[in-house]
Design a binder for this molecule. Sequence first.
Ligand code: V47
Ligand code: SF4
Length: 375
Amino acid sequence: MEHVFNEHFMPFSRLPVPLMRIAEKVIAGERINPEEGILLYEKGELGFLAMLAEQVRFRLNSDDVFFIRNFHIEPTNICVNKCRFCSYSHHFSPRKWDLTVEEMLATVVSQDRNVKEVHITGAVHPEKDIYYYEKLFRKIKSVRPDLHIKALSAVELEYILNKAKVSVEQGLKFLQAAGLDSIPGGGAEIFDEKIRQEICASKTSAEKWLEIHETAHRLGITSNATMLYGHIENYGHRISHMSLLRDSQDRFGRFNAFIPLKFRNSNNELSGVHETSVVEDMKNYAVARIFLDNFPHLKGYWPMIGKPLAQLSLSFGVDDMDGTINDTTSIYSLAGASEQNPRMTVSEMRELIVQAKRNPVERDSLYQLINSSAH
Ligand code: V47
Ligand code: SF4
């Protein structure tokens, strides 16, 4: 095959042959294999990775960058688990809370009517059960039937389904009937069994996490997938994690977005681990975008990396800026993120995206376009 990059295309003519081959594959729209994914992490320079990731991003989303008007509810931080990277649970946080249903409803009612989604996730409280969440979802829908409920990570779900002694399918159908629309991507961490034992031994297994998401997808409940990176894992672990997700997406195809979550090291049992550099963060976005060719969206979660780096990530394959948040999440501020009170107005969001030479698109939870001029 004649190389796409010849000697007239200077920056790439000096590329090692294996990287050149990967570039040719990506440009031709072909999938790269796990070994090639690891090679990109190990040998790919930032500009090269950005160029390839941007090819994939443009093919999937042209220059559109999505955002949603959303808010979070974190019902409690009292947790039966004790993950070593977690600064949020009552084991490490200076605050301990357990909101009442009335308090959560008051938060829902106080939101502007243009807000489209509530993201409900928190710790695994020993006394909460499936009936508690069923009532919560029904009450939310009774005051805001149009509000999309994205709730309960696979970890919270596993706990309440076991407690109710129901199958994953029965439990999800029950919650779906009460108003559950989609599932957030939390709890995936790193699927590798040895690393999981080291950082979150008592947590939902990788198999169970995937079973819950795949069952949800069969029932028409879409979801996201996360990857916690930058702690004690290596590139091989990251690529294996993404391979399992890519295979799952080939089978069921209802993951909306992949969300890399940078490990933040304040106030947790892994505080001795250094945080990754910006170069590493951008490299990770780019490799994820190239490798996960069947994930429609890649999310730059700004409450975790901050607004400036989220804006930069738009040149490394990211096409989704999550949402306006309205200062309703504390998972990252408790772990040391610079955004201590994360909130963003719609005009700020639009400006940030336009400055990166992209087209801001307000979306709903299923990535349908919202036509709204309200700020
Ligand atoms: O699973 C906890 C992570 C996740 C730390 O689906 C940490 O749209 C970094 O899943 N440093 C929960 N990360 C949050 C989550 C999420 C966030 C945004 C959007 C979506 C979505 C989902 O937070 C946990 C864990 O991986 N996490 N502690 C920490 N110290
Ligand atoms: Fe509990 Fe989630 Fe923190 Fe683990 S990451 S201790 S499950 S709140």
